[in-house]
Design a protein around this ligand. Structure first.
Ligand code: FES
Ligand code: FE2
Length: 444
């Protein structure tokens, strides 16, 4: 019996017809309507398969080069549920190493970030270089002469690549080149990096990590959901009105206007974004900064500077967000548990005052006690709780499907409140989870 069939039988609430078939049936992409089975949030067996297929076969973001600028710098993170070390060796080469001792399997590095030439396993003291090779074992005479030739280094992830400082890794031996994977989203990564007049960012030390008891895909959906702001973030909109910064009517108008500067986009490979000239909550108003605007125009020309200053929430499947102020990384833990790592950025070449004002705006909305992010987390838990209901488990992702169009770049485009990026995500999800299903299409 195929694994797909087994999953089909285990997913609660599927009707007879669906139970007999494959994972693809969990996504109903029917032209004028798009629905998702809520088991994708709750079923641990689907989660395990996501770890094997999505995080095991796709290019996954692991770190930014600016976090390990010098030889000997390292950090720890995860690819799916597998712990890894991202290190820079003495020749400045970047390695992504599985964080597991070849002796009896303990993680060898327990720190978040640091500087080390070697990692010493906490269990029995074996020592590994920051390029992964085994340097030696404690009480070495317990092993024969040829011990160091047994190939007991830290296993290296098969493929590592970086683009504009973003480091990606791929666990699949047969992975396509990173360049091919990023072909469509690359120009948005460029626009994001070029917010800096020098085209690069710095990440302050430390990570803002939080967790929530809900599925990882709820965060993937929400970061490019332009529909929820008026409701989930109503208190923030009210706060802006009370403080005299912006009237509620103006905020709502900016968010709801239909036009070419208020969009959601779906790209191939499951990527997507919100793109607005104005009205994204928690974002810094660059256009009011005359000196900065001039700096960008000098660096890139008027037209590109204008494009750079569009507000974008960019999602890169399966685990990376490039928000205006920060990099956000999704780390799935279980079907109903997720870690999120948030890294605010500084724009190299911009004034300190501007970077400070950006960080302040970031903290106010996205920070640990910010006015925005905690409200989203509350909603993730609401959605996870609701997903347990098995009576009619189908969820609607059809918003705007009747008015979306394809632009010159082959991107699917809708109003910023439409569920275009979410449909792009779940089309890719279906393709990767059920690669043999011929109905899985390539539309963004
Ligand atoms: S598990 Fe690492 S030295 Fe024993
Ligand atoms: Fe939100």
């Amino acid at each position: 019996m195929s694994q797909n069939r087994i999953i089909g039988e285990l997913v609660p609430g599927l009707d007879e017809d669906t139970r007999e078939t494959s994972i693809s049936k969990l996504v109903k992409d029917e032209g004028s309507r798009f629905r998702l089975h809520s088991a994708v949030y709750t079923d641990q067996r689907l989660f395990d398969l996501e770890i094997n297929r999505i995080f095991g076969l796709c290019w996954v973001y692991v770190a930014h080069e600016a976090m390990i600028p010098k030889p000997g710098n390292y950090l720890t993170t995860s690819i799916g549920t597998q712990p890894v070390i991202v290190s820079r060796d003495e020749h400045s080469q970047i390695h992504v190493l599985f964080n597991r001792c070849a002796h009896r399997g303990s993680v060898v590095c327990r720190e978040e970030r640091g500087h080390a030439n070697v990692f010493r396993c906490p269990y029995h003291g074996w020592v590994f270089g920051n390029d992964g090779h085994l340097v030696g074992a404690a009480q070495r005479n317990g092993y024969p002469e040829e011990f160091l030739e047994w190939g007991l280094g830290l296993e290296e992830v098969p493929h590592v690549g970086s683009y504009r400082g973003l480091i990606f890794a791929n666990l699949d031996q047969n992975a396509p080149p990173l360049e091919d994977r990023l072909k469509f989203i690359r120009r948005y990564i460029d626009l994001w990096c070029d917010r800096s007049p020098e085209g690069s960012v710095t990440l302050p030390e430390g990570t803002h990590r939080y967790e929530f008891p809900a599925n990882w895909k709820l965060q993937a959906e929400n970061g490019v959901d332009g529909y929820h702001g008026n409701y989930v973030h109503e208190s923030f909109v009210n706060l802006l009105e009370r403080s005299g910064e912006r009237s509620e009517a103006d905020t709502t108008k900016a968010r709801n206007t239909v036009g070419s500067l208020n969009l959601s986009k779906g790209l191939p490979h499951g990527d997507g974004m919100l793109e607005r000239e104005d009205g994204m909550l928690g974002t810094f108003d660059y256009r009011s900064q005359a000196a900065y605007t001039k700096q960008l125009e000098e660096a890139y020309g008027y037209e590109r500077a204008d494009d750079i200053m569009m507000q974008r929430n960019i999602f890169i499947f399966p685990n990376l967000f490039l928000f205006e102020s920060h990099i956000r990384v999704i780390i799935p833990v279980r079907a109903d548990k997720t870690f999120i790592d948030v890294y605010p950025t500084y724009l190299n070449g911009a004034d300190n005052e501007l970077n400070e004002a950006r960080l302040y705006e970031h903290e106010r909305f996205f920070g640990p006690s910010g006015f925005g992010a905690p409200d989203d987390i509350e909603i993730f838990v609401c959605a996870q709780t609701g997903a347990a209901v098995t009576a009619n488990p189908w969820l609607e992702f059809s918003r705007g499907i009747h008015r979306e169009s394809i632009n010159e770049f082959g991107e699917t485009v809708g109003h910023s409140t439409d569920e275009v990026p979410q449909r792009s995500f779940y089309r890719e999800w279906r393709k990767v989870m059920d690669p043999h299903n011929s109905s899985a299409n390539v539309k963004g």
